[in-house]
Design a protein around this ligand. Sequence first.
Ligand code: NAI
Length: 308
Amino acid sequence: MALIATTDGPAEWLEREFPEHCCQWHSTGVLRGIELLLVHQTQVDLPLLHRLPDLKGVIRLGVGYDKVDLNACLQRGVSVTNLPGYCTEEVALSTLAFVMDWVRGHGELEANLKVDPARWQNHLLARVRGLKDVRVGVIGAGRIGSKVMQLAATLGFQICAYDPHVSVPEGRVDRLETLLQTADVVSLHVPLQAETAGLIDAAFISQMKDDALLINTARGGLLGDVNALLDGIRHRGMSACFDVLPEEPDIAQSPLFQHWLQGTYAGRLRITPHNAFHSAQSAEQLLADARQELVHFLQNGTFVSPIL
Ligand code: NAI
């Protein structure tokens, strides 16, 4: 009988739902018989695969699969799937919440008020504008990027998107530079892979408008040059909202985290703890989607939507 294990996923759920297949995970040694592995934050690489000689499939309990070495899995003939779509609305809403907060200047107004109560009824925040004057630019117009565009357009923002790999029905720009130079809000919704790692570099930042907002709810590894970003915030009035950090989960030494902690940049740097995906509904949906893939694999030996 095929055995299923999880390194850092919902072990109790697995035991309840698949009692006859479920087996316990051990963090050392060779584990025979495990054919299916559920992973959350675990790095799936050659050393892990060596410990699992009977492995046939990996389910990444989430959307991004940058921690899974696809080449290693391919070499070993291990199929891989992720769970796309369980939190599209949540991440899009988190992004829009960042946009709305920035448009109304809440972070900055609060920070200014904290240092000087005399700023009550102070209306000097020049960049506070109406919806129609703000252009929201999305990099990566997949599930989440498209939803952000749809919500932003419904609210009355101008929208545009850069994605060389898919067709974009509205607001497509053919060059990344065009988006960076014209958008007031730049929001990243691309996967972390060789093509996108370190995308936010000095050239990227220098092409953004002064006063613009950069949002990253995708992956910390997209940030290539933190100093360029901090310079932009310090000297050009830029703002940044990050739900993900390059150093996570060990964020204590992260320069962005440190500046945020110290309250530098008067509310123009906001950080949330990789939480954009979360809601009671998305947590349920994640398990429902995992169940569907597990059952399909047990019955057919393949995933419903394999990456590999
Ligand atoms: P998706 O696969 O539907 O869309 C990604 C889009 O990026 C695709 O349309 C692709 O063509 C495009 N793309 C790839 N390389 C590009 C490039 N160099 N320039 C422009 N576009 C490019 O993925 P989805 O569901 O929209 O998720 C996007 C990312 O969001 C995930 O890969 C994941 O890393 C992140 N994420 C973060 C969460 C959080 O809680 N913070 C939760 C869920 C996803």
